[in-house]
Design a protein around this ligand. Structure first.
Ligand code: PLP
Length: 452
């Protein structure tokens, strides 16, 4: 295969082998037989090496919220790379780290104003779990170590996140790497909530299962509950009305920390900076990544309530490191430069407000697919959409994979659409126009009509 590399000054002469890159979350053998490759991006589009323009219906991987290769972000990274490439964050600092944390604390829900930088959503999840355990220990309750996740939850791929996560396929090869984890059930309820617009009406009572687990394990042993306020990776599972409020109340009643994993919902996906603000439910810790800097340089963060920070910090003797955790690339200067430019762009262009204004059009277009072949549910919140397909007998996931490939290879208006199981997931850059929403939905309709 020949791949164009615009930065090498043209085509790479040598044949590029596809063998060496062990690709993540990819069926390596079948993918490499017919690879789908992207080599350039701008605004709402990708381009393939052959020059085909692909409408980005997924903001990369739920992360390029301001659109691709935005000039102020590109320039900020270029300038920072020339000014200072790297500085150690352990017992040393650089101004951009402080500036970035201050900017994030300003858009965070009130009270979550301490910011710990990581390099990914997975690292954020494991960092937050350690913070929760460290907090209870500092408070004099060291037995609080159990973590409660939720079935179909996704918190990345590090050990804590894998164990707290609830996607069976992600867990099955790695059993019992971490003890002291339990799960409440997922909220998905097709029988009662199919084709809901926004938050479904039924299912607040799923939160009551947390009470059952509290009785079972005893509150004195439970550190935290971690959930995505809106689950993305497992197929766009939108919290029923009243559900998150109930989780919050049960956690409060039993002194359990509530962690919102906002790796997907953070930075405008629902039209607010965080889902916590959209739902008006404030957790104790928030994990985020992706759109924090428009995914231009790997970066994540954990936002903690001041009181959690103070409790952990103040218990340690003066001069001693209080939280023995961190990454070489925490607050990497390039990532911080991208963050500052991204957050400014979000404000300057009113990108979250724009997303909010586009929701009714997105919702209407998405639900116009009701009645299209194979579609058994459509759900949406903010600029996120899920289209659930009837699984093919004996071949779960195949139909959605085929739809994804059809959309990518479409002759007219090809589009990048994500699939997970038999669910198509949409999460376009927040700068998408009404016409582009129409194109995206039209491409999906044509793809669904053309597959068995
Ligand atoms: C909710 C959630 N948490 C954690 C992660 C993991 O993030 P990363 O792939 O950056 O490690 C993701 C990734 O999609 C996610 O959606």
């Amino acid at each position: 295969m020949k791949l164009e590399n615009p930065h090498s000054g043209g085509a790479i002469d040598a044949e590029v082998s596809l063998a060496e890159w062990w690709m993540p979350f990819t069926a390596n053998r079948s993918f490499k037989e017919a690879p789908r490759v992207l080599s350039r991006a701008e605004g709402m589009h990708y381009w393939t090496p052959e020059g085909r323009q692909i409408l980005d219906g997924t903001a990369g991987l739920w992360c390029v919220n301001a659109g691709h290769c935005r000039k102020p972000i590109v320039e900020a990274i270029q300038q920072q790379a020339a000014a200072m490439d790297y500085a150690p964050p352990f017992n040393m600092a650089h101004p951009l780290g402080f500036e970035a944390a201050t900017v994030i604390a300003k858009v965070a829900p009130a009270g979550l104003d301490r910011v710990f930088f990581t390099n990914s959503g997975s690292e954020s999840a494991d960092t937050a779990l350690k913070m929760a355990i460290a907090y209870h220990r500092a408070k004099g309750e060291p037995s609080r170590r159990i973590i409660i996740g939720r079935e179909r939850g996704y918190h990345g791929v590090n050990i804590g996140g894998t164990m707290a996560g609830g996607i069976p396929g992600n867990r099955k090869h790695f059993p019992a790497m971490m003890s002291g984890v339990d799960h409440i059930r997922a909220t998905h309820d097709l029988a009662r909530n199919a084709f809901s617009r926004g938050q479904p009406a039924h299912g607040a009572e799923f939160a009551d299962e947390l009470e059952r687990l509290v009785s079972f394990h005893d509150a004195s042993n439970i550190a935290a509950v971690i959930v995505e306020p809106m689950a993305g990776s497992a197929g766009v599972l939108i919290p029923p009305q009243g559900y998150l409020e109930k989780l919050r109340a049960i956690c409060d009643k039993h002194g359990i920390l509530l962690i919102f994993d906002e790796v997907i919902t953070g930075f405008g996906r629902l039209g607010t900076a965080f889902a916590a603000q959209y739902f008006n439910v404030t957790p104790d810790l928030i994990t985020c990544a992706k759109a924090i800097n428009n995914a231009a340089v790997p970066m994540g963060a954990v936002l903690a309530k001041t009181q959690i920070y103070d409790t952990i910090i103040n218990i340690a003797p003066a001069g001693q490191i209080e939280f023995l955790h961190g990454y070489t690339y925490s607050a990497h200067p390039l990532a911080c430069a991208a963050l500052l430019a991204t957050q400014k762009l979000y404000v300057d262009e009113g990108i979250f407000e724009r997303a909010r204004a586009m929701v009714p059009k997105f919702e209407a277009a998405l639900h116009s697919l009701k009645g299209t072949r194979h579609v058994i549910d459509i759900r949406n919140l903010g600029l996120v959409g899920g289209i659930e397909l009837e699984p093919r007998a004996g071949a779960v996931g195949k139909r959605a994979l085929e739809a994804h490939i059809k959309c990518f290879n479409a002759e007219k208006a090809p589009a990048l659409v994500r699939f997970t199981g038999d669910i198509l997931a949409l999460s376009p850059p927040l700068i998408i126009s009404e016409d582009q929403i129409g194109q995206l939905v039209g491409t999906i309709r044509a793809a669904l009509q053309s597959i068995d």
